[in-house]
Design a protein around this ligand. Structure first.
Ligand code: SAM
Length: 224
């Protein structure tokens, strides 16, 4: 049995009772993206389950070994540094391999950054496209062009030092009047959610040093 366990994106209280029970009692090993980050969470909840590193740089090499152990009956949980594994984080390769090997996989519902950003943005959330991180170089322009033409809201993950570049490029392809939202430091002390036309967001973030974790939500193209 493999459990996919979402963990807080900032506020340590954002973890379900079931997630805590699974991490504490149901598994013998927790596969963690960064064992130090997860240790901090486990210490907070006095959970002593052993941790093992499982991240983007070793997942290809480890998948077969983990599948063998799971097949032999070891119950494990997969967590990432924050939010839901598999969402712009390692997880897909392992889940696919488990499914192919007939191993039961359960993904617990829980925190992920794009849902609170989307819902709190005030932009239409009945239909949306999740893009995650844009490519930094190759294919970036093509992705932006594709996104700009979507008729529904789309969601990007962005790092603080690339926010201005991202807003500038979005403004070029979507037009500066398109409404968008910058959701920063969700669930944390300095949470900030600003929804405005791209031109205003650009002006606002131009004048300041941007820090923290960021989700950008952009309204879909309206057909005139
Ligand atoms: N697995 C995570 C999830 O379920 O959302 C995403 C992991 S991805 C490596 C990290 C990105 O998620 C950050 O660069 C940022 O775009 C977004 N993110 C994570 N925590 C956030 C927070 N507290 N506020 C805003 N964005 C956040």
């Amino acid at each position: 049995m493999l459990y996919i366990v979402p963990t807080p994106i900032g506020n340590l209280e954002d973890i379900t009772l079931r997630a805590l029970r699974v991490l504490r009692e149901e598994v013998s090993v927790i596969l963690a993206e960064d064992t130090r980050t997860t240790r901090h969470l486990l210490d907070h909840y006095a959970i002593r389950t052993p941790l093992r590193a499982f991240h983007a740089h070793n997942e290809h090499a480890l998948v077969d070994k983990v599948v063998t152990e799971l097949s032999a009956g070891t119950a494990m949980a997969l967590v990432s540094d924050a939010g839901t594994p598999g969402i712009s984080d390692p997880g897909f390769l392992l889940v696919r391999a488990c499914r192919q090997a007939g191993i039961r996989v359960e993904c617990l519902p829980g925190p992920t950054a794009f849902v609170p950003a989307l819902v709190a943005s005030g932009l239409p959330c009945d239909r949306f496209h999740f893009e995650g991180f844009l490519p930094h170089k190759k294919g970036r322009k093509m992705r932006l062009k594709y996104l700009a033409d979507l008729p529904h809201t789309f969601v990007l993950y962005e790092s603080p030092h690339r926010l201005l570049r991202c807003l500038t490029e979005l403004s070029e392809v979507c037009g500066q009047d398109r409404r968008a939202c910058v959701a920063r430091e969700l669930t944390k002390v300095f949470e900030e959610i600003i929804t405005a036309p791209l031109s205003e967001l650009l002006a606002a973030f131009h004048q300041r040093e941007v820090k923290g974790e960021i989700v950008v939500v952009v309204a879909g193209k309206t057909i005139d």
